[in-house]
Design a protein around this ligand. Sequence first.
Ligand code: GLA
Length: 395
Amino acid sequence: MLEISAAVESFRQTYGGEPLVFAQAPGRVNLIGEHIDYAGGWVLPMALKRGVTVAAAPGEPGRIRVHSDRFLDAGVAEFKPDQQPPAAFTRFVYALALETKISGADIAVVSDLPVERGWSSSAAFAVAVTSALLALNARAYYPQPLELCRMCQRAETHALGVECGLMDQYVAVYGQAGHALWFDTRLEKHEYVPIDLPDLAILLIDSGQDRALAESGYNDRRRELSQALEQLERRIGKFDSLFDLKPEQILNAAQDLPQISRLRLRHIATEQQRVERFVRQLKTGDAIQLGRLLSASHNSLSEDYDVSTPELDALCDTLTARPGIFGARLMGGGFGGSALALANRHVLDGDLQAALASYTAETGLATEWHAVRPGDGALVTHQDGTTELVREWLP
Ligand code: GLA
């Protein structure tokens, strides 16, 4: 995560004054449990040590100014709450300002998180900007941490058109160093699961492929899933949550549904099982089993949920063909972006490089990789200089 001093510098250069408050929020990787957070499933994300850092000060009443080299075109975007701005990220800030009911702020944003690579930069951006806006305002009422996550999720749907689940915002707030979150998206509760794999590396690998049509593809999948659920209910009667049913029940009942519905339901049911097994295997640290679950998740996302691309398939195949790389899968929403792999530390200089070189030769795409560890959730720094976790600050 970039230091607060970087945000101070950006603020001074942009507005000429001094910021009063700061907020930082991390990106995430999702270890396993993809595309089931909007279906009420359990997912297993962890916060990254990279993220978005925001410096803010009160501005002219009724006017928001925001500057970011990475998220916005260079320069300062400026808007008033009664005019919806046209550009996507400005619209996002506008939606967040409406959610917090705060207008009148100057904001500078810096980040070490790649944008649109599947690392959840938009949720980190939203949580950091919202936390900073709230910290600026010594109001009597603050949302609860879970409500802050929902505010950011709503703003993302309104401004960016992605009907996302709550996973990314949630882990940006509740992340804990050294742990993943076993997040039950139906009850909106989590348990921390220690990530203690000393000989292994969790790798985040940018495929070099842009996430083309990711929004429309994502929203299409959500629609297909809700159609599949309606068809399933017509067949077996009403149920509160898909996850009240046993996976075998879902798979049996889905047999006679149209093919798309059958496939989408098969992914959801089997992915849920994989999350449970992955959590169990984390306790034993069995790299081979963990890797198998990752690769099975990828196959299901590719074949049943249809959110992969030939490039992501090639990347995962090339990686897992190497000894010492136990499994790999696309990570996040899919349609390009990044993959996640689990590897023995000793392959990082040899087999990993060879696998990535062969992928680049095959696809012409340049990759970038990082070994990642779980970090903490969002932080806020108040006017008096004290820093605390956002989830502990909010009521
Ligand atoms: C995106 C969404 C999340 C989740 C993942 C897929 O990151 O924002 O809510 O649905 O895709 O698991």
